[in-house]
Design a protein around this ligand. Sequence first.
Ligand code: UDP
Length: 239
Amino acid sequence: DHNEDSVRRVLLKVSGEMFGGGAVGLDADVLTRIAGEISEAVADGVQVAIVVGGGNFFRGPELQQRGMDRARADYMGMLGTVMNAIALQDFIEKTGTPARVQTAIQMTQIAEPYVPLRAIRHLEKGRVVIFGAGAGMPYFSTDTVSAQRALELHCDEILVGKNGVDGIYSADPKLDPTAQKLECLTYGDALAQGLRVVDAAAFSLCRDNHLTMRVFGMGESTNVTRALRGEKIGTLVTE
Ligand code: UDP
């Protein structure tokens, strides 16, 4: 059920952590590099859709721990993802590649609403499409939305860019020195082992709908372009 033509179309998930370079707010150096790498892949003919996280601003569960109502906290989290989306759009456009933002919560002065067919049209015209505000629903994560958008837009693959780790390991490499990087694994194994690379809902959506996922390290330069082009870096997760 992928896109009909032979052109490669991918969904890239960029976590909020990447945008902040590990801190709150935006790191212009990181944004400049990532935007440049994305543009390179687009110039090669890859169709790139992006879901952005918001953890560099607010995460709903953390605000809930400070006493906020969970749904309201989640809406704040979603608004953070919109700021990241606009920032990424700006840095991508500075490289000369057109980019559009579509949000799951309408805010039509600053972004288009999420319209899947229009998103596909943008991709076909060589525009990057960036999705903000997650699913527009509390209790969801941007990981789950990445899987949903990848499926709805008939992407060939979902690419999950990680900060500080270059794939999925047999154990937490920060805690266990014998941990080995895995070339590939199945969604079933990832779920059974409780691997938290993406959330369980995202893993099971991909598994149930035959979508492959590649988890790779975004910190190293050229990796984003390589993953977008389809190079076999990181870890492949399949059915
Ligand atoms: N969020 C939400 N619904 C969504 C997507 C995101 O409620 O569909 C909220 C949630 O509070 C989450 C925050 O937005 O904690 C930021 O998203 P996420 O944690 O997925 O970002 P990341 O960890 O990738 O930076």
